[in-house]
Design a protein around this ligand. Sequence first.
Ligand SMILES: [Zn+2]
Length: 107
Amino acid sequence: MTKSKFNKGKAYHGSDEVTEGKLKGETCLTDYFYFLCPKCEGKQILRVLEYEVRVHEQENEYNKFFKKKATEGFTLAFHLHCENCGFDDFIKISNIGLQQGDIREQQ
Ligand SMILES: [Zn+2]
């Protein structure tokens, strides 16, 4: 069985509902990290419906700025969904974007 295309091959981008610190997450009892629905009350866990490797590079372009080196560069995209309220959105995790500092100073 071939892997289906991320977002059925359609273009995607996170909406205003996940930017500027509105999407939060945390670990639960284990070391697994969960994203929490920005629309539901409390701490409703979002499902990750699918993921995609958007960028994968052999070298990490930020290594020259740091003592500790990353083994590669990557950007992963995640399709998130709330079973409770229907919230549906996209986010990315990357080691070739912002790399350090207090996030409040980056905005
Ligand atoms: Zn929700």
